[in-house]
Unconditional design. Structure first.
Length: 520
């Protein structure tokens, strides 16, 4: 080896070593004191050991800004290739400049081109203010792919490859809009914040005195706004959840999710379901108890569990195949459909449909929630999103009516014929109709009830008569082919697994168009 080559190699090694240190030991220590990992530590924790290959590792090193405040590249998680970027708060605060934005843009674009998932680890206050005379600053908007244009590849990748974002610091402005365009958003208690304008500007403009946690903390966005899908106590747990989620998802829209045989018999009977679900349609129970007993080995990853808890959505497996679970939760609002639950349900079903994931609907709802708050808030528009998502979906879809499904609930849970649900099963205690048996009798027999010698007895007799004739699934199944079968609760898992086996090769042709106009 010649002397010049040896010197250049040594120079390269030293340059890369400095670049790997980001903002330097002092800033790294400050990051650790906040209970946060560094950009590279996050990548190392998430990816398989030794699998990370960095994009543009030498960007910014001559200006003392290694990576321009972001580390990006590709690697593997459980052997599956992913593209990833991780914003580095130790370099220029993680702010988004021209080259920083280009690396974000290119990482998403590369994931799209290669057909692999993309993961964004966000820790940035937003766009970097350009200094007067800064070289290239005036060219950023029109001659480079900058941070502001990362929304373009995010949108192009939507529904093509899974996009997962984690908010791991206080993020504002364009640093929150890219995650908002992605499929899933994770946050960490105490350290994650998302807002368009921070507390200081809010205080200046509106006079409202509010903390970062109150304005855009993890609890706010998982419980109130619904922007985030899941929060965890620590970064490490957040990264573990990302790994778990990825295991349920395919690499892209043209593939199926990884098959995972955990040894749970598809024909397993579940006797305890008869005990978990009360016969009385007005008595609450926890639908999670049903879901975890039906899916393989009780493994269920709930999405948006704290937002609109009257609806449960999340991923599980049946006979090794990933499925999306959509279930009413009688513990909250009796399982009624609401504005927020409609947004949650529609978004989740469209995600499943985009990535070839069959949808399982576990139905127990009294219909849409009544009242001026819901009507004036636009329940019609929000409920229409659900109908759009149901009718748009081409993946296998199976509904099981556990106990009741009244009125608009038949629409919102895909039970009505003609909405494209492949199979509808019903438990023997299921009631389906415009209203419940008691409410229907009270409506049509109000005068007779009032004039009866024993009104209560007359009511009970008519309710039983109506229930046995019209609300009984045995009657419905005898006069209509819409109900595939009336099944014992213990047979639920077996029926779902068998139906999914048949629907594996489902293909549907849709009308050609530019795109639909969903009622947003």
């Amino acid at each position: 080896m010649g002397k010049e080559m040896e010197e250049r190699i040594q120079q390269l090694r030293e340059t890369k070593e400095r670049a790997h240190m980001g903002g330097g030991p002092e800033k790294i220590e400050k990051q650790h004191q906040k209970g946060k990992l560094t950009a590279r530590e996050r990548i190392d924790y998430l990816l398989d050991a030794g699998s990370f290959v960095e994009f543009n590792p030498l960007v910014g090193h001559r200006n003392g800004a290694p990576g321009d405040g972001i580390v990006s590249g590709h690697g593997t998680i459980d052997g599956r290739v992913v593209c990833i970027y991780s914003q580095d708060a130790t370099v220029l605060g993680g702010s988004i400049g021209m080259l920083h934005g280009y690396k974000m843009y290119r990482t998403v674009e590369m994931a799209l081109d290669m057909g692999v998932p993309v993961i964004g680890l966000h820790d940035s206050p937003g766009a970097r203010a350009a200094r007067v005379g800064e070289r290239g600053a005036e060219l950023a908007p029109r001659e480079e792919k900058s941070g502001g244009s990362v929304f373009f590849p995010n949108t192009q990748a939507s529904g093509v490859v899974p996009q997962i974002a984690a908010i791991l610091g206080s993020c504002a402005g364009i640093s929150v809009y890219s995650p908002a365009l992605m499929d899933f958003v994770f946050m960490v208690d105490g350290t994650s914040h998302m807002f368009i304008t921070g507390p200081r500007i809010v205080r200046t403009v509106t006079g409202e005195d509010i903390t970062m946690e109150e304005l855009g903390g993890a609890m706010v966005h998982t419980q109130i706004s619904g922007v985030a899908d899941l929060r965890t106590p620590t970064e490490e747990e957040c990264l573990e959840k990302i790994k778990k989620l990825l295991g349920f998802l395919p690499d892209n829209c043209n593939q199926k999710s990884p098959f995972l045989d955990v040894g749970d018999d598809p024909n397993r009977l579940i006797d305890e379901l008869e005990v978990i679900v009360p016969d009385d349609p007005d008595k609450p129970y926890d639908m999670h108890e049903v879901v975890t007993r039906v899916v393989d080995n009780g493994d269920f990853l709930e999405i948006k569990g704290e937002f609109a808890p009257e609806m449960i959505v999340g991923f599980g497996r049946l006979a090794g195949q990933t499925v999306g679970i959509v279930a009413n939760q009688p513990m909250h609002y009796g399982g009624a459909l609401t504005i927020d639950s409609s947004d949650k349900q529609a978004r989740f079903m469209r995600t499943c449909d985009a990535f070839n994931i069959p949808i399982i609907l576990l139905v127990d709802t009294p219909a849409y929630a009544p009242g001026s708050e819901q009507e004036q808030g636009g329940i019609i528009r929000h409920g229409a999103k659900v109908l759009y998502a149901l009718c748009e979906a081409a993946v296998p879809r199976i509904a099981v009516v556990l106990r009741k499904c009244y009125g608009g609930g038949n629409l919102g849970m895909g039970v009505v014929p003609g909405l494209g649900t492949d199979f509808v099963f019903a438990w023997p205690i299921a009631e389906m109709g415009v209203m419940g048996a008691k409410e229907t009798v009270q409506l049509f027999y109000a005068d007779q009830i009032a004039k009866a010698d024993n009104p209560q007895q007359f009511l009970e007799e008519k309710v039983k008569e109506y229930h046995d004739r019209y609300a009984n699934p045995l009657y419905v199944a005898s006069v209509s082919s819409h109900i595939q079968d009336v099944i014992e609760p213990r047979e639920t898992r077996r029926c779902l697994c068998a139906a999914l086996k048949l629907l594996e090769g489902k293909r549907q042709t849709r009308y050609p168009k530019r795109h639909g106009n969903i009622p947003l």
